[in-house]
Design a protein around this ligand. Sequence first.
Ligand code: KIV
Length: 292
Amino acid sequence: MTHASKAANQPDSSPANPKALYGGTSSRRVTVRDIAAAKGRGEKWPMLTAYDAMTASVFDESGIPVLLVGDSMGNCHLGYESTVPVTMDEIALLSAAVVRGTKRALIVGDLPFGSYQEGAVQALRNATRLVKEAGVGAVKLEGGERSADQIDLLVRSGIPVMAHIGLTPQSVNAYGGYPVQGRGEEAAQQLLRDAKAVQDAGAFSVVLELVPAELAAEVTRTLHIPTVGIGAGQECDAQVLVWTDMAGMTAGRVPRFVKQYAQLREVLGDAAKSFADDVVGGLYPAEEHAFH
Ligand code: KIV
């Protein structure tokens, strides 16, 4: 594992904490207790989405401690226009693949739209399916106060829950888009109430999506569970990105909060064109690729 970017930003000769979520030496699966301990140490950590075993294995080998099998698979993997059509069958299938492809990361399976809104019992039935069938270590669901009953029952039943407040993409039809949340005093107070509600219900962490940085910082200071920011500024305890955005695989424009660390779409496209050119030009297969 390399820490080149960290080394470049902050020359630090002290050895990495062996317990660190990223850069630590433990090879066993990360647990929600490890996540809680990281907040106690003031340690920041990265999370990425993953939707298949091979990509997940790359992130796992890179030391990413938490992988989310997000319902963003709708837009990024399954060709839907939003997360809304994603089904339990799809999440279960891809979560199982991500679990199989990894050894260390905590795998969080997303509960898709329609799989928990009816109430706590429906949430428990579907979350149980992800834990038993796919082998995830935790589930995620959207909503603050409105999802507190669901979180409470899951946690009391032994299923760790990552909450998700601020912009909740499953409500895209109600929002009419993907607007920044928590702007203005009333909305900010509601976000704080949502954050406290999910913590009180027993969530082990909470995603803050598209929230003003100052408000996300206040939530992070207020809660004892870690906040996982996406478009929520620098002060969150963790940061998550959709992997196809992070690696430059997504077609077209990405949201302003995304930083792209590679241009995979171009790299893959160039590889495909080189292969095609070689086939058309009779250069592939060459003698060394043939059997005799
Ligand atoms: O589905 C997803 O990928 C998510 C993240 C953006 C947090 O919910």
